[in-house]
Design a protein around this ligand. Structure first.
Ligand code: SF4
Length: 449
């Protein structure tokens, strides 16, 4: 079956638009660029390796131009299926069937000989042209993703869950840090003064205010880092940014499911959105795939902390991520698409019934992860498309609001680039804020002032 036929078949079976299906497949299988395309893409916004590698080969297996000239994201447009703008994070894979080619003065996407879509790239923003005083590029300290919408601040590029008995088995954060250090400026622990300087540069040169939110995240801190526990460590960044630029961006924290006192610390420092990721719903798979989290916290306590965080942030501002597809990884994962989606849907219904809206990223098999030893392929494309359908169905059934901090939902509007969940949601709905005094929800879209 050719690629367009497969998109059409899945579209008919699951009522998911072909552009969301293609986006998903590009994320799960990666893409490659011709040499001519890389020569041209070098003029655009480059891939910053904002936290993990997300590539399907190591840096040393890429050519120099792939390492330094591949773009952060591509946007699909037009083509035989008349796509509206679809933004996709770039995950490099020299063996991918998907190729971006430079033809007649523009970029095009192919699968084999089949032309799929026009491709456009994001301009290199003015703030990427100004280094910090210490010479570090803004793209190291405060890169932007999601077509410039989100500043992604990985404050700590290492995780204290260390080695295969503790690290999440799909995650390459520690190994990625080691490989990136050899090829680009890549700061392990970000100094707050450097962060403020980078934000100052963005604020000055992002005159049209494309950057709207920032995420502070990084590896887990199981003991202390610079004498601070995880809540204290990540709180200091929002505190400093909000003191200097009050309300300029919407602050979000992606950290562990923390005890309530640390969650409160995060809220008091200025964060408005809390992402305590739960990775995978099935209890057996959670302990197998996230052995560190299982041993230090335990799955039941982990889930309880996510639910309890709604008291502090308001349910609709607690947005836990799961890594879609790892529930089909082997050994031990589900072997049928139906069973995998059924398990994950159970988790969606659990959280959504409490007003908490999970979101997901698409798992790809990165080398240097434990799962790459036993998995050469991610979950089947059909799993992801069935999941998108089930996710949208649960979202509608539970009457969930549009998640704050993700930009607009819908085809042609979504900017979230590492899964198509925002592409398939219906039109914008008001977020609900939670009043912890009255324990009531009220409509109140959260956005930076
Ligand atoms: S907690 Fe797990 S997913 Fe998060 S950085 Fe550490 S190893 Fe990676």
């Amino acid at each position: 079956m050719n690629c367009i036929q497969e998109l059409s078949t899945l579209n008919e079976r699951y009522d998911i638009h072909p552009q969301a299906i293609l986006k998903t497949d590009l994320l799960r299988r990666g893409l490659r660029f011709s040499e001519n395309a890389l020569v041209q893409s070098a003029h655009f916004k480059e891939k910053s390796y904002f936290i993990f590698s997300f590539d399907m080969v190591e840096q040393k297996e890429l050519t120099k131009s792939e390492r330094h000239s591949a773009p952060e994201e591509i946007a699909l447009n037009g083509g035989p299926l008349d796509f509206s703008r679809t933004i996709v994070s770039v995950r490099l894979n020299p063996n991918s069937p998907y190729l971006v080619e430079w033809k007649d003065d523009h970029f095009e996407l192919y699968c084999g000989e089949e032309f799929l879509a026009e491709v456009s790239l994001n301009e290199r923003p003015a703030y990427y042209k100004h280094n910090l005083k210490n010479g570090k590029p803004v793209s190291d300290i405060a890169p932007t993703i999601e077509w410039g919408y989100l500043i992604y601040l990985t404050a700590f590029r290492v995780c204290q869950y260390w080695g295969e008995k503790e690290e999440c088995q799909f995650c390459d954060i520690n190994n990625n840090y080691r490989q990136q250090k050899r090829v680009r400026s890549y700061t392990g622990v970000k100094d707050i003064e450097d962060v403020l300087e980078a934000f100052e540069i963005i604020n000055e040169f992002d005159t049209e205010r494309h950057s709207t939110a920032y995420t502070v995240t990084g590896g887990s801190i199981t003991s202390e880092l610079s004498g601070l526990n995880e809540g204290q460590f990540y709180a200091q960044y929002a505190q400093a940014i909000e003191d200097r630029f009050p309300g300029r961006w919407l602050p979000k924290a992606v950290v562990q499911a923390l005890p309530l006192d640390e969650v409160k610390m995060l809220k008091d420092s200025g964060y408005q959105i809390y992402h305590p990721n739960y990775e995978v719903w099935d209890p057996k798979l959670f302990s197998q795939i996230c052995p560190g989290k299982d041993r230090y916290v335990g799955r039941n306590e982990w889930i309880k902390r996510i639910v309890d965080a709604a008291e502090i942030f308001g349910a609709s501002n607690v947005i836990p991520n799961f890594v879609a597809g790892i529930e089909m990884s082997q050994p031990g994962g589900f072997t049928s698409v139906e069973a995998a989606v059924k398990s994950t849907r159970e988790g969606l219904d659990f959280f959504m019934s409490k007003g908490i809206l999970p979101r997901f990223t698409v798992w790809c098999v990165e080398p240097n992860t434990v799962l790459s030893r036993t998995n050469t392929e991610p979950a089947p494309l059909e799993y992801y498309i069935h999941l998108l359908q089930s996710y949208r169905e649960a979202y509608i059934e539970h009457a969930m609001p549009t998640p704050p901090g993700y930009g607009a939902p819908g085809l042609g509007k979504a900017v979230f680039s590492v899964s198509a969940f925002m592409d398939v949601l219906p039109e914008e709905r008001p977020s609900q804020s939670f009043d912890s005094n009255t324990h009531n929800y009220s409509s109140d879209n959260i956005s930076p002032s």
